[in-house]
Ligand binder design. Structure first.
Ligand code: UDX
Length: 441
């Protein structure tokens, strides 16, 4: 199949590479010449494990190419995938200007029957808008489809080749057949539905996962107060198949490019039809306040943060990505600075992106986790990178001024902490103090 993917951001690039790998001829188009130049030199503009290798292999095989010129590949394409950004407007609504511009450009180049599928996350009704823009500018036969993506950053390549399910929103059997043929090698779990429902599935899925996270975070906050252990609670809950074990890791809340944006957008979508989505509003509010648990635990331990050296381990919104969009670090580090602390921060790959978003002379950028901890009064773990999880805690303790560890992601077992002299506080689990007394707050 010949495919054009418009937009070489996260979704577009991973999808384009994946469809080339399963034997299709894919052209990825982007308006930004510097991005295309980078890709044509074999470099990937995002950090995503495994992506570059597969990309290079497919370029070499002649199945994958990159261009700024949409009209060079669109006329020959069977399928055009729109994967441009839909950033939030100040109101929380998705900004659709890039989608609409892509639709106009496609209309000017299509030649013969073409399926135009939207992979960007868009409000209900957007595909119909795309359809009417194209129809108003061309007489060529085409069909629109909604093809929401569920890739997770950091495991996007794995997810692209092993999706839990594929959702296709279509208006004709012909379009459904083409999209089913494309995805046959990838999954048996298919949901073929109408376009509006497909658009809604994406928002509802992300809103539900965000709800699970805020729910377990509130349970963690209660566990903190009643002396229960949220890990045990989540384990017990997760064994009920109706609940499921995933997305019950308590911590400092969700971030990233999807959950915050999509929850706000769904609240707005509901508001537009005069529905007050109270539950989702609370999910967002809980997520916001959860960030401050780290600061509260630091203040409880140290009394004041003024002139205290605080190591911050992890700046990315989650491990295996350099993405800091809506990352808890972007709220917690400025708060530390506001309280007069001297943060010593380290992230394996996200420090440059963090610095571009927020910087302050009080911050020191360390070259590794141990350097970040040197002479510190406390460590805050914000991202569960493997190198923090597997670090030798005795070595870390030895370089600190005061071994206090606030674990925002619940990564260390009680046994590992008990072998050290750390004062250890996590999220919804009993604290462990230096004299090995277990304290429930
Ligand atoms: C998410 C969805 O999983 C994906 O299907 C969608 O299409 C895009 O958004 P992503 O944002 O890459 O993917 O990351 P994900 O692994 O889902 O984590 C999102 C956030 O939730 C992270 O900040 C993570 O730390 C947090 N999280 C996740 C928790 O706090 N607890 C959990 O149990 C799971």
């Amino acid at each position: 199949m010949k495919i054009t993917v418009i937009g070489t951001g996260y979704v577009g690039l991973v999808s384009g590479v994946c469809f080339a790998e399963i034997g299709n001829t894919v052209t990825c188009v982007d308006k930004i010449p510097a991005k295309i130049e980078m890709l044509n030199h074999g470099n990937v503009p995002i950090y995503e494990p495994g992506l570059q290798e597969i990309m290079l292999r497919n370029v070499e095989a002649g199945r994958l190419s990159f261009t700024t010129d949409l009209s060079s590949s669109v006329p020959e394409s069977d399928l055009i995938i729109i994967a441009v950004g839909t950033p939030p407007l100040p109101s929380g609504e998705a900004d659709l200007q890039y989608i609409e511009a892509a639709a106009r450009e496609i209309a000017l180049s299509i030649d013969g029957y073409t399926v135009v599928a939207v992979k960007s996350t868009v409000p209900v009704g957007t595909n119909e808008r795309v359809n009417s823009i194209i129809a108003s500018l061309t007489d060529q036969p085409f069909a629109t489809a909604s093809m929401p993506e569920f890739l997770r950053e950091g495991s996007a390549v794995k997810d692209a080749f092993n999706p839990d399910r594929l959702v296709i929103g279509v208006e004709s059997q012909q379009a459904a057949d083409l999209l089913l043929e494309l995805h046959t090698p990838l999954t048996e779990n298919l949901v073929v539905t109408d376009i509006r429902s497909a658009e809604m599935i994406k928002y509802a899925s992300n809103a539900f996962l965000a709800t699970k996270i805020s729910f377990i975070n509130e349970i963690a906050n209660i566990c903190d107060k009643v002396g229960a252990d949220v890990d045990q609670v989540a384990r017990g809950m997760g064994m009920d198949r109706r609940i499921g074990a995933s997305f019950l890791n308590a911590g400092i809340g969700y971030g990233g490019s999807c959950f915050p944006k999509d929850t706000h957008a769904l609240i707005q979508i509901a508001g537009n039809v005069e529905y007050d989505f109270k539950l989702l509003k609370s999910v967002v509010e809980v997520n916001q306040s959860q960030r401050w648990a780290v600061i509260d635990k630091l203040l409880d331990s140290l009394g004041t943060l003024k002139d205290k050296k605080i190591a911050v381990w992890g700046l990315a919104f989650k491990p295996d990505t350099d993405d800091v969009r809506e990352a808890p670090s972007l709220e917690i580090v400025p708060k530390l600075v506001e309280f007069g602390a001297l943060p010593q921060v380290f992230d394996p790959v996200a420090a440059d992106n963090f610095r571009r978003e927020y910087n302050h002379p009080a911050i020191t950028y360390a070259s590794d986790a141990l350097e970040a901890a040197r002479d510190c009064d406390a460590i805050c773990l914000l991202t569960e990178w493997g190198e923090f999880v597997n670090i030798d805690l005795a070595e870390v303790e030895a370089v600190m001024h005061n071994p206090i560890l606030i674990d925002g992601r619940n990564v260390y077992s009680a046994d590992r902490i008990k072998a050290t002299r750390f004062d250890y506080h996590s999220m919804g689990r009993p604290s462990l103090l230096r004299d090995n007394v277990i304290v429930a707050k």
